[in-house]
Design a protein around this ligand. Sequence first.
Ligand SMILES: [Zn+2]
Length: 103
Amino acid sequence: MKIRKNDTVLAIAGKDKGKKGKVRRALPDKKKVIVDGMNVLKRHSRTKGQARQGGIIDMEMPFNVSNVMLICNKCDKPTRVGYRTLDDGKKARICRNCHENID
Ligand SMILES: [Zn+2]
């Protein structure tokens, strides 16, 4: 998947459009990501029995990777991700703006 854990991304769709955040988890099988502070669902939790906890819980919900763009850590701009094959045969992600390696 083009987006990985600890990447900084920009939301380009949905209610958090325009927000930036850090990827906390990438879910490649589902093509989804969980981003800090994005797509937060507020849940009112009920107090059960003697438990003292209750109130509002913030839950960060996974959302589609197609709704975010990677922010390049070199030029600091949202970019599409390209790939470059390194001398040792490994693939590295590159920024399509500045053509620097992202990894
Ligand atoms: Zn760049």
